[in-house]
Design a protein around this ligand. Structure first.
Ligand code: 4AD
Ligand code: MG
Length: 483
């Protein structure tokens, strides 16, 4: 006889081949014994739903059943039967159980009860086995897939931009150095500086903060491209929205102006939200209930007042507000929390950067929908953004989302060689090292635009998770690189 192949729980739950002998494998969530039967809830990660395994003491030895605890891995051969209970359509009547891996109940950290997210962060190697985290990581996968689908369907080409670079794309100096030099025995040059000529690449290198600059080079030939890669920032901010290692989606498109850029970003965000609603229903429902529970424990003013699905639909159905920085500045300066000095950073002078409290005020209190802010003061934005005729503002656009604040940052790019050189000099970006970037403005330069979506911030929005550390499998934050 052919060996019986394993069927995934997601497929079994949809099957109505009652009486068929099947094989299922997975991890025990709970085991409950009553009289001469045991009920095992088993999960294999293919869906948030468990398979109920019914074990008769006459078929399976009691001694073996006693060794089955939460966390153990099992192989079960059994009969697929119609479930008499409500909840699910099918269950499995065990004929044979093999314990693939035991889990000692005195040592296994995950109990069949609710654990705090903080506790689970310390058990990141096991937290995949909880409903919450398996749901998050299935949704995260669906969103990665949908990003590629969105761009592929529109004729954008995916470009792998380098992870090790010699440039600082954002000019903010928040980079992790990459070196093979012996830190205890550094080579020095005649000027007494570290001699990077002796380093692996013969120059100073770091992990990239953005794939944008290289994506621009590709866009100026392939017209529409995007990168989706890991980026690294050594900013020492311990917030619920910052990671030292995060993933960014960066489309870059030739012949796009700032308005085309905003349209693309809004379309993409809505496409991804719709994709999640259409394809991740079970997981969203679970996370929605989780969020509703959590909201109950919050203070009235901190509650969002909307259910997860409602929140997603709301963003889907409404046009984003589009305002300039100057308009945002006026709204904020005249706002109640500013006048009553309730903002931590008061808005007084034009030119101040918007903090997350201001971004959230605009979105959650003033417009009550996502907001795109354009035309920021040049002094608070990167060197590559196109200068407006007023010589004071640049053609930037940031998209602000509820609870999160900035989720997208982008701009039309400066395509004029002389203006770009001037901006680079003003902002201390070394011309000599960026010769390749500048050359694209010498040969066949065209208007072009792009943006970056912080993928984890977006997954936070979709899943309703309050802390960015809970939407990436192994978060990297200051003082933390365990696992
Ligand atoms: O606004 P940022 O710095 O823009 C860029 O990097 C541009 N090169 C993008 C482009 O035009 N191609 O970052 C873009 C987005 C932010 O809006 C935010 O969502 C996310 O990346 N982000 C972070 N996410 C998590 N942790 C951090 N430390 C982040 N810093 C930025
Ligand atoms: Mg930004």
């Amino acid at each position: 006889m052919d060996e019986l192949k394993r069927t995934k729980i997601i497929n079994l739950l949809e099957s109505d081949e009652f009486g068929k002998t099947i094989k299922v494998m997975g991890w025990v969530r709970t085991r409950r014994v009553s009289k001469n039967v045991a009920f095992i809830a088993m999960n294999d990660g293919s869906t948030i739903k468990n398979m109920q395994i019914v074990v008769d003491f006459e078929t399976v030895e009691e001694e073996l059943i006693q060794r089955i605890h939460s966390g153990a891995a099992l192989e079960v051969v059994g009969e697929l039967i119609e479930s008499p209970g409500s909840g699910q359509k099918v269950e499995v009547k065990a004929l044979e159980i093999k314990i693939l891996g035991e889990a000692d109940p005195d040592e296994y950290p995950l109990q069949p009860k609710k654990h705090s997210l903080e506790f689970l962060r310390e058990k990141a190697h096991l937290r995949f086995r909880t409903n919450t985290f398996s749901a998050i990581f299935r949704i995260r996968h669906a969103m990665i897939f949908a990003v590629h689908k969105f761009f592929n369907d529109r004729g954008f080409f995916n470009i792998h931009t380098p992870i090790i670079t010699a440039s600082d794309a954002e000019g903010a100096g928040e980079m992790f150095r990459v070196t093979t030099l012996d830190l205890k025995n550094l080579p020095f040059n005649e000027e007494g500086d570290i001699d990077y000529k002796k380093d692996f690449f013969g120059r100073e290198t770091n992990l990239t903060v953005s794939g944008q600059l290289e994506a621009e080079l590709a866009a100026l030939a392939l017209s529409e491209v995007y990168t989706f890669g890991p980026t690294f920032r050594a900013e020492n901010s311990n917030t619920s929205r910052h990671l030292a290692e995060f993933w960014m989606i960066e489309p870059e498109a030739a012949f796009y102006d700032i308005n085309d850029d905003m349209d693309l970003a809004e379309d993409m965000l809505k496409y991804l939200i719709k994709y999640a609603l259409d394809n991740c229903a079970d997981d969203l429902e679970f996370l929605g209930r989780r969020l509703a529970d959590e909201e109950k424990n919050k203070k009235q003013e901190e509650r969002s007042g909307m259910e997860l699905r409602e929140k997603l639909n709301f963003v889907l159905e409404n046009d984003f507000a589009r305002i300039t920085y100057t308009e945002a500045f006026d709204i904020l300066r005249n706002s109640k929390p500013n006048k009553k000095k309730r903002f931590q950073y008061l808005i007084n002078e034009w030119g101040a950067d918007l903090q997350s409290e201001h971004e959230r005020y605009l979105v959650e209190k003033h417009f009550k929908k996502p907001v795109i802010v354009t035309d920021y003061p040049k002094v608070i934005k990167a060197f590559y953004m196109k200068l407006n005729d007023d010589d004071k503002t640049v053609r930037a656009m940031d998209i602000l989302f509820p609870q999160i604040g900035e989720i997208v940052g982008g701009s039309q790019r400066e395509e004029n060689y002389d203006k770009l050189v001037k901006r680079m000099n003003e902002m201390n970006v070394t011309e000599k090292e960026m010769w390749w970037y500048l050359e694209t403005r010498k040969f066949g330069s065209v208007p072009h635009s792009g943006f970056g979506l912080g993928f984890e911030r977006f997954v936070q929005f979709i899943t309703g998770m309050g802390n960015i550390r809970d939407v990436i499998p192994f978060p990297r934050t200051p003082q933390n690189a365990e696992f």
